[in-house]
Design a protein around this ligand. Structure first.
Ligand code: XIL
Length: 371
């Protein structure tokens, strides 16, 4: 589908999608962005003092937990649904759209002056069971462009930043372009990515449109492959004038089992190239999996915090980071994901607040990075 001329020719600034506009929308109603934050200031305050936002993903069911909802409102000025804007939840049956969960989260964000993010419009995962076959048999891209128009259109002006395409790269699939061999690619070719962004831009020309993925954070050779493929994708999109404004770096780390540690030197170089492309950065899903760690909470927490700090240092130095979101605010809701180890099962401790909403060393590492 040919995109209308204007969506390809509109430079980012002309869309009104300037960093200040995005952050003003997200931090609106909060304290003045100027001025340093006091020592025990919440993360949202520290972020706003730098013209940024801090937030977390949440499930709408969690908002029924009053003390959690209060902690979220206190710490965050950005919010993203963990589930409620995935197509498996929004469109369980063809053409039957359910926004009840997303509406609850968008309303909460609006009530608390938070930047609301949408996650995610086109992904190979978290789709309803009918979608893959429908896409493979579809006669054109409307199977996803119509969906994007409906979803982005519904939240126009309220969801200010979208993960339009999620995880389109997987270099181990062996393609020269490093793209993941998913059903979208098989039916529509690599152009499905540009088409999705064009559709999102038409539905809300003022929204920040983000390409979200993992794989560029670490020090392994496969991370080098991911960084090369990611930069190739981003550069191509910029050259074609695709309305894509930021790279979403998921930032899922592992501290002990099959460790994934940040490589500061390679991150600095990668983020400098992202900056040279005129793109912004969203840290979109930060967490540090502590499965397989020592039995002592304090030791696990210290290592999780150290990895967090080693990642955020080059991120903040890049000068292009508008947002840091963790993939959850508290360990409380990880309870159902007890990870058995060879010694014993324990509750994961991968997020800034513990299950009793107390600030952990990871919280302090984020607070220090935000200043
Ligand atoms: C995950 C959720 O956290 C899980 O609870 C769910 O079962 C699957 O999706 N990258 C993403 C997120 O973009 O949407 C994923 O979230 C984690 C990996």
């Amino acid at each position: 589908m040919k995109s209308p001329k204007n969506s390809r020719k509109t430079p980012i600034a002309a869309t009104g999608m300037t960093r200040r506009a995005l952050l003003a929308a997200g931090a609106a109603g909060l304290f003045a962005a100027a001025g340093a934050a006091p020592a025990d200031a919440p993360l949202r305050r520290r972020a706003a003092a730098r013209g940024m936002v801090y937030g977390a993903c949440a499930g709408s069911y969690q908002l029924r937990d009053g003390e959690y909802a209060a902690a979220l409102a206190d710490e965050a000025n950005a919010l993203v649904p963990e589930y409620e804007l995935k197509r498996s939840i929004v469109e369980p049956r063809p053409g039957v759209l359910d926004f009840s969960g997303a509406d609850a989260l968008v309303d909460f964000a609006g009530e608390h002056g938070m930047l609301m993010r949408g996650h995610t419009l086109v992904w190979y995962a978290s789709n309803p069971p009918w979608l893959e076959q429908a896409a493979l048999k579809a006669k054109d891209e409307r199977i996803f462009t119509d969906y994007i128009a409906q979803v982005v259109g519904r939240y126009r002006g309220r969801i200010r930043s979208w993960d339009v395409v999620n995880e389109a790269i997987l270099t181990s699939d062996g393609r020269a372009d490093g793209l993941r061999d998913n059903f979208w690619l098989r039916r529509f070719g690599p152009g499905y990515i540009d088409t999705a962004f064009d559709a999102a831009s038409r539905a809300d020309p003022s929204a920040q449109l983000v390409y979200n993925d993992w794989g560029c954070e670490g020090s392994e050779p496969w991370n080098d492959d991911f960084r090369r493929a990611t930069l190739r994708l981003l550069e191509g999109m910029r050259k074609r004038g695709v309305p894509m404004h930021a790279y979403g770096m998921q930032a899922h780390f592992r501290a002990f089992r099959k460790p994934v540690f940040p490589d500061a030197k390679k991150l600095r170089s990668f983020l400098a190239e992202v900056k040279d492309l005129g793109l912004r950065l969203m840290v979109s899903e930060l967490d540090v999996d502590d499965a397989g760690g020592p039995s002592d909470d304090g030791r696990r927490d210290a290592i999780v915090a150290d990895i967090t700090a080693r990642f955020l240092d080059p991120v903040m130095q890049s000068g292009i980071c508008d947002a840091v979101l963790t993939w959850g605010l508290t360990d409380r809701y990880l309870r159902g994901k007890i990870i058995p180890t060879d010694l014993w099962a324990y509750l994961p401790r991968k997020l800034p607040l513990d299950a009793r909403l107390r600030r952990k060393p990871m919280w302090h590492a984020i607070a220090k990075a935000l200043g």
